[in-house]
Design a protein around this ligand. Structure first.
Ligand SMILES: [Zn+2]
Length: 253
């Protein structure tokens, strides 16, 4: 069983959009374990970006200190669906998208709920491209247009290429993973994502890709769709599972 993990900090004080200047200061506090040398290097990079993109805004925690109230948790499977909903609501994939400040407000709501990775401040223009990408990927898959899915993964519209194509339909990409032994002595593989974009794309690619949520029946292990959390596919499965629990109890006595 493989799990895709991206750890986020959900900060109680929330997040805000700021310019490079303020973002540089926040980053200092946010990431106290970084070496001085890498901090200086990054501050230099941010200053040069400020010159190149004076209008750019970045998302950072309101209170970046490591002692601020927060919950650290991995993003849930199918988080790409709520990100897709942001794209849908803001109409980024259409000719009439909402104004940028309204898109920023929706993104803020999303990240307030789902959190950001430690010191992963993110530029608005980059997040906007992520919204367009998930929108187009979902629509292409929904239409069964695989050619377009491949094209989107190849171009990505993102700064860093994630997928390397050997030919038109075969690609590879890097995964950082960890193996653990679970309680039944079986191997579990955890795929660790470094950035939100990695998580978004892997979550989408490894998911079943429908907007209703999928669950696996705890009794027969059949996959089924339901709009809210449900443990068993049918009431029959639920009864069988209860019956089996009774048998185990009896045996252990
Ligand atoms: Zn079942």
């Amino acid at each position: 069983m493989a799990k895709i993990i991206y750890n986020t900090e959900v900060r109680k004080s929330g997040y805000e959009w700021v310019g490079y200047e303020v973002a540089t200061e926040r980053l200092e506090k946010w990431d106290p374990e970084r070496s001085d040398m890498s901090k200086t290097a990054r501050a230099g990079l941010l200053r040069s970006l400020k010159k190149a993109y004076p209008e750019e805004l970045l998302l950072v925690p309101v209170d970046p200190s490591p002692t601020a109230q927060m919950t650290i948790k991995p993003m849930d499977t199918d988080t790409w669906i709520s990100f897709y909903r942001v794209a849908e609501k803001t109409k980024v994939g259409t000719d009439n998208p909402l104004p940028d400040d309204e898109i920023r407000a929706e993104l803020l709501k999303f990240f307030k709920k789902h959190g950001l990775g430690n010191s992963e401040m993110t530029e608005f223009s980059f997040m906007r491209r992520n919204l367009v990408l998930i929108n187009d990927l979902f629509l292409a898959r929904d239409e069964g247009n695989l050619e377009e899915v491949y094209r989107l993964l190849d171009e990505g519209g993102l700064e860093h290429k994630k997928f390397y194509f050997k030919d038109i339909e075969n690609f590879y990409f890097n995964l950082q993973a960890k193996l653990t032994l679970n309680s039944e002595g079986r191997l579990d593989m955890t795929i660790e994502c470094i950035t939100f974009t990695d998580f978004l794309l892997y979550d989408f690619l490894f998911s079943k890709g429908v907007l209703q949520r999928w669950f696996t029946c705890k009794h027969c292990e059949e996959d089924f769709q339901w709009d809210r959390k449900k443990d068993y596919f049918s009431s029959k499965c639920k009864r069988r599972a209860a019956y089996e629990r009774q048998l185990i109890k009896g045996r252990d006595k």
